[in-house]
Design a protein. Structure first.
Lengths: 381, 345
C-alpha cells in the first residue's frame, strides 16, 4: 500500500523530474515471500537514504518482488522502460539477482545487488559489466571460518546446509578451502528451510564424529540443526554463517546457540570495534539512523547491505553528474563508470575499492569472527 | 545404520506422522462433507502455533483482529439476509456467535496479562481465537459457492490460502517462533531417549483420533456429517442442512489444525508459511486414503513421516522429492484398482 502511494506520488513527480533532472532510483527487494526477513529491513533502509545527492533531488521507486525471479524481472523492465530509472538497487537473494542481470544489461542500467552470491558479479563479462553488489562473497566468509578452525585445532568438520543455491554455494566454497587447509569434511547434508525435523541428518553427522559442525543457512531456520544437535547430545564446536546475523536468530535458538562462532560483517558488532577500525564510524552511522526510525535493537546486517548500495550510489552519482544529465543513457553509463572507479568508500560492512575486474571491492576489513555469548554477539580478536 | 539410529529415526518419523495424520483426517473430513480440497488447512497450523507464541512473548496476536473483523463481516452479511427474509429471530444467534463471542475473547486477552498465564489457559485462548476462523472462512468464501464444481472450489481454496499466508506475514512477521515444551521430561527406553513433548504429540493425536471416532459414531451431529458425506442430496431431504454440515466440518478442521500447530511449536520453528508444507504432506497422506478413508489416510500419514525421516538420513538433499514422488505410484495404484466415477457437473 505504502509502496503504491509512494509510487503514485513519484509518478506525478516524474513529469517534473525531466525538467529538474532528478536522479531516479529503482529499488526491487523481496519484502514478502521466503526472503522477507532480508527484504523488509532493506526496504526500511531505502527510506533512510539521502534525499539529495550532489545538489540533485533523488526519487526512490520501491517495488516488491515477493522473492520471485519472474516478478523481479518484470519489476526491472517496468523500472527501466516506464520510469526511466538511472540505477537499480536490489534484489535481496542470489537467484533473484541473477535473473535481473539480463534485463538490466539490455536496458544499459547499472544495478547494485544486495545478495551475497559471487556469481552475481563474477566474472565481469559484457552483461555483468553493469552489475555490482555489496555483500561479502561466501568465499571470504568461508576462508574466515577455516582460518578460525585451523587456529583452534579442529581437524574434522561436518557440513549441513540449505537444499538451495545458498547451501550449495557454501558447500562448494567451504569444501574447497577446507581441503586446501587440511581440514577433513566428514559429512555433507542438506535440509530445507521449511523442514520441521532434521533428526536424520543430525544422526548421520554425529555418527561421523566430527570436531565441529558448520550450519550453512540463513535466518532463523539455521537454528533447527543446531537445536537438534544439542538435543542429541553433540558436544563439538558449532559454526554458523553470516546468514544468521540477526536478533531473531538469537531469540529462536536461545541457550542452544551459546558458544557458536560465525563470520560477519563488522556492522554486527560495530560498537565493540576498536576506534582505530575505519569501518566503525560508518557502521555506527547506519545503526543510529536505523534504530532512530525503528527502535533500539531493530537493526540487521541485511539492511546494512542495502545501506551500502546507497552509499556507493551517493559516492558515484556526483562524479557522473559532472558528465551528463540524469535520465539519459549517457548518465547511466557515466554512473556505471563512476561506480567502477570508487576507491576506499566506507560503508557499514567494510571498505569498497572497485576495479574493472572486481565489482564487489571488499577486502578482509569486511569480516570479523563473532561468538555468541549470553545471547549477545561478541567480537573475537 | 545401527539399531539405535533406526529407532531414533523411527521415533521422529512417527511423531511427524502423527501430526500429518491429524491434518490428513481434517482434509478427508472437509473433502467428504463439502468437496473442498482444503489447502488453507496448513495456515491454521501456523496461526495456532504463532498465536500461542505471541501470547508467550506478551504481544497481542494479529489473529485477534482478524477474528473480530471476520466476525463483523459475517454478522453484517447474515443480518442483512435475515432482515430481507424477515427472519428477525435469527439475528440474536448471529450476533452471539460472530460479534459477542469474539468480543468476549478479545476482552479476556486484554484483561488477562497473557504472558503470565499458565500454558493451559494460553492454549485455550489460542483455540478460542483461531478455531472460530474456520466457520467464518467457510461462511465468507465457500458457502456462497457451495454447489459449484470441485475445480471452482479448489480455485477458491487456493485464493483463501494465498490471502491467509499474506495475512500471516502481516500478523507475525517474516521470522519464526518456537514455544517452550509442554513438559521438559525425558525418559530412557532401552537406550532410546524419549522427550516428554514426543509423548504429548502421540498421546494428544491418539486422543483426538478416538474422540473423532466417537463423534462420528455416537453423536447426532457426527452422524449428520457422515450422512452428508455419503449423499448430500439425500441428507438434505432428511433435514440435514448442508450449510450446517459445512460449517461444522470447517470448525473441526480449524480446531485440528490449530491444535496440531500448538503441538509441534515446541519441536520445530514455525514460520507464517510453514503450515503449507505440513498441510501438503497431510494431503499426500489423504490421497493415499483416496480422500475418503480415514484409517488409510492415517496409515498413509505415518508412512509419509517414516519415509521423510529415513530419506533425510540417506539422501537429505532429495527428501522432499522422495516424499512427494510417493504420490505418483499411489495414484497409479488407486486408479488401477478402484472404479472411477465421473463427477456429475
Amino acid at each position: 500500500m505504502r509502496t503504491k502511494t509512494l509510487f503514485a506520488a513519484l509518478l506525478s513527480a516524474g513529469a517534473v523530474s525531466l525538467a529538474h533532472a532528478d536522479i531516479t532510483v529503482g529499488v526491487t527487494v523481496s519484502a514478502t515471500g521466503p526472503a522477507a526477513s532480508l527484504g523488509i529491513p532493506e526496504k526500511n533502509t531505502v527510506a533512510l537514504m539521502p534525499a539529495t545527492i550532489g545538489g540533485e533531488k533523488v526519487n526512490y521507486i520501491v517495488l516488491d518482488d515477493g522473492s520471485d525471479t519472474t516478478t523481479a524481472v518484470k519489476n526491472v523492465r517496468k523500472l527501466t522502460s516506464e520510469d526511466k530509472v538511472d540505477i537499480i538497487l536490489g534484489s535481496s537473494t542470489t537467484p533473484v539477482s541473477l535473473a535481473m542481470i539480463d534485463p538490466v544489461a539490455e536496458a544499459q542500467t547499472p544495478m547494485i545487488s544486495m545478495a551475497a552470491g559471487a556469481a552475481i558479479v563474477e566474472p565481469v563479462d559484457a552483461k555483468k559489466h553493469w552489475v555490482f553488489k555489496t555483500p561479502q562473497n561466501d568465499l571470504q566468509m568461508a576462508t574466515a571460518i577455516v582460518e578460525h578452525m585451523n587456529n583452534h585445532g579442529i581437524k574434522s568438520v561436518a557440513f549441513i546446509g540449505f537444499a538451495d543455491a545458498y547451501g550449495e554455494g557454501w558447500w562448494q566454497q567451504f569444501s574447497k578451502v577446507a581441503e586446501a587447509r587440511k581440514i577433513k569434511v566428514v559429512a555433507n547434508e542438506r535440509y530445507a528451510r521449511t523442514d520441521t525435523s532434521v533428526t536424520g541428518q543430525v544422526l548421520k553427522m554425529m555418527s561421523a564424529n566430527p570436531d565441529a559442525v558448520l550450519v550453512a543457512g540463513a535466518g532463523t531456520p539455521s537454528a533447527l540443526p543446531q537445536k537438534a544437535l544439542k538435543e542429541k547430545g553433540y558436544k563439538g564446536v558449532m559454526y554458523q554463517t553470516h546468514g544468521v546475523a540477526n536478533n531473531d536468530f538469537l531469540r529462536v535458538c536461545g541457550k542452544d546457540c551459546e558458544g557458536t562462532y560465525l563470520p560477519a560483517g563488522p556492522v554486527l558488532v560495530a560498537a565493540q570495534l576498536p576506534d582505530s577500525n575505519p569501518v566503525k564510524k560508518s557502521a555506527l552511522e547506519y545503526i543510529n539512523k536505523y534504530e532512530k526510525a525503528h527502535g533500539p535493537g531493530s537493526v540487521s546486517t541485511f539492511g546494512a547491505h542495502g545501506w551500502d548500495s546507497g552509499v556507493l550510489l551517493a559516492h558515484a552519482a556526483p562524479v557522473a553528474l559532472k558528465k551528463a544529465k540524469p535520465g539519459t543513457k549517457e548518465f547511466r553509463a557515466a554512473l556505471r563508470d563512476a561506480l567502477e572507479g570508487l576507491k576506499e568508500v566506507y560503508g557499514a560492512h567494510g571498505v569498497f575499492s572497485m576495479s574493472p575486474t572486481d565489482h564487489l571491492g571488499l577486502d578482509q576489513r569486511a569480516r570479523v569472527m563473532v561468538k555468541i555469548e549470553n545471547g549477545k554477539w561478541v567480537l573475537q580478536k | 545404520m545401527n539399531l539405535q539410529i533406526a529407532l531414533l529415526l523411527g521415533q521422529d518419523g512417527i511423531v511427524n506422522g502423527a501430526i500429518y495424520a491429524l491434518l490428513a483426517l481434517a482434509l478427508v473430513l472437509v473433502f467428504a462433507v463439502t468437496r473442498v480440497i482444503y489447502i488453507p488447512q496448513g495456515e491454521f497450523v501456523s496461526y495456532g502455533a504463532l498465536t500461542l507464541a505471541a501470547f508467550q512473548t506478551g504481544r497481542t496476536p494479529g489473529t485477534l483482529w482478524f477474528l473480530l473483523a471476520a466476525g463483523a463481516v459475517v454478522a453484517a452479511i447474515d443480518i442483512v439476509i435475515a432482515v430481507r427474509a424477515g427472519a428477525l429471530g435469527r439475528i440474536g444467534r448471529i450476533v452471539l456467535w460472530n460479534l459477542a463471542l469474539p468480543a468476549i475473547v478479545a476482552g479476556l486477552v486484554f484483561w488477562l496479562e497473557s504472558d503470565k498465564l499458565p500454558l493451559a489457559i494460553q492454549v485455550v485462548l489460542t483455540l478460542a481465537i483461531v478455531v472460530p476462523l474456520g466457520p467464518m472462512v467457510y461462511r465468507l468464501a465457500f458457502q456462497p459457492v457451495a454447489e459449484a464444481s470441485v475445480l471452482v472450489l479448489l480455485i477458491v481454496s487456493v485464493a483463501v490460502h494465498t490471502a491467509m499466508v499474506g495475512l500471516g506475514l502481516l500478523f507475525f512477521g517474516a521470522e519464526g517462533s518456537r514455544t517452550p515444551p509442554f513438559s521438559e521430561a525425558q525418559f530412557q527406553l532401552g537406550g532410546l531417549v524419549v522427550n516428554g513433548q514426543t509423548l504429548w504429540v502421540l498421546g494428544a493425536s491418539a486422543v483426538l483420533i478416538v474422540a473423532l471416532y466417537v463423534f462420528f459414531e455416537r453423536t447426532l451431529y457426527g452422524k449428520a456429517l457422515r450422512a452428508t458425506a455419503i449423499n448430500r442430496v439425500g441428507a438434505r431431504l432428511m433435514g440435514i442442512s448442508s450449510t450446517m454440515a459445512g460449517k461444522l466440518s470447517f470448525t473441526l478442521a480449524a480446531g485440528i489444525g490449530a491444535f496440531s500447530g500448538i503441538l509441534i511449536a515446541p519441536i520445530t520453528t514455525i514460520y507464517y508459511d510453514t503450515g503449507f508444507l505440513i498441510g501438503l504432506k497431510g494431503f499426500v497422506a489423504g490421497i493415499i486414503g483416496g480422500l475418503a478413508s480415514y484409517p488409510l489416510a492415517a496409515a498413509g500419514a505415518i508412512l509419509v513421516g517414516l519415509l521423510e525421516s529415513f530419506s533425510s538420513f540417506w539422501a537429505s538433499a532429495f527428501k522432499e522429492v522422495i516424499v512427494f514422488t510417493l504420490i505418483i505410484p499411489v495414484l497409479l495404484w488407486r486408479s488401477l484398482t478402484s472404479h472411477h466415477v465421473e463427477e456429475e457437473e
